[in-house]
Design a protein around this ligand. Structure first.
Ligand code: VGL
Ligand code: ZN
Length: 212
């Protein structure tokens, strides 16, 4: 297993550690809260940390509630392509959109909100689901001189994987710490995400490659 010694040009990217993705949330990821203490340990190991926050307006187009006759966890065709429908989640200002209170936010240098356009979902921290609208994170991380990005959070097979793939496209080294992530795993999405990340040149490893 590759051992990483954190550098000044590394950044830890924490994805969507919000109540709606935790057990009891509207889009609960099994065991999602187990990631929070791991993320906190990672925050201490890295000099720089950023976090994302899924942040949808009420009535967001990714919500199954906006598509009569269509159930959550099915796919519809949007102007930009296929889109999975989700239960209402991470509505701007709602308690479910808050980052977990136990997350050590003190060292987080940027909280990037995404998914705020009603008509476009955004799994990736870098690029919305139309695959053309940037969030601005690439420019931010490049301007700060980061070279390697380490990913943790929720969910492995959606927002983490899409972020890892876009990080590679933007030319960053990308490391996913799988024990600091949990998956939704919808119709083989976890296997597909792992294959895609591997083929994109991401390093798929565990926190033990960074932490003692
Ligand atoms: C996510 C589905 C919808 C995620 C966000 O954080 O992985 N998944 N919105
Ligand atoms: Zn969402």
């Amino acid at each position: 297993m590759t051992e990483y010694v954190p550098r000044e040009t590394d950044c830890l990217v924490l994805i969507d550690l919000q109540y709606d993705f935790m057990p009891g949330g509207t889009l609960a990821v099994a065991d999602g809260d187990a990631v929070v203490p791991v993320a906190n340990r990672l925050c201490e190991a890295f000099a720089h940390v950023v976090a994302t926050q899924d942040w949808h307006p009420a009535g967001h187009s990714s919500f199954a509630s906006q598509h009569p006759g269509h159930d959550a966890f099915t796919t519809v065709e949007m102007p930009y392509g296929p889109q999975t429908l989700w239960p209402d989640h991470c509505v701007q200002g709602a308690p479910g959109a808050e980052l977990h209170r136990d997350l050590a936010l003190d060292r987080v240098e940027l909280i990037l909100r995404k998914g705020y356009r009603r008509a476009i979902d955004s799994y990736s921290a870098f690029m919305e689901n139309d695959r053309t609208t940037p969030t601005g994170l690439t420019g931010y991380l490049r301007e700060r001189g980061f070279e390697r990005l380490f990913f943790a959070g929720l969910a492995t097979d959606f927002c983490v994987a899409w972020s890892v793939l876009d990080a590679r496209k933007a030319g960053f080294e990308a490391v996913i710490l799988t024990d600091a992530c949990r998956a939704i795993d919808l119709g083989g999405s976890l296997d597909a995400a792992m294959t895609n990340m591997r083929e994109a040149g991401a390093d798929i490893t565990e926190t033990s490659s960074v932490l003692d």
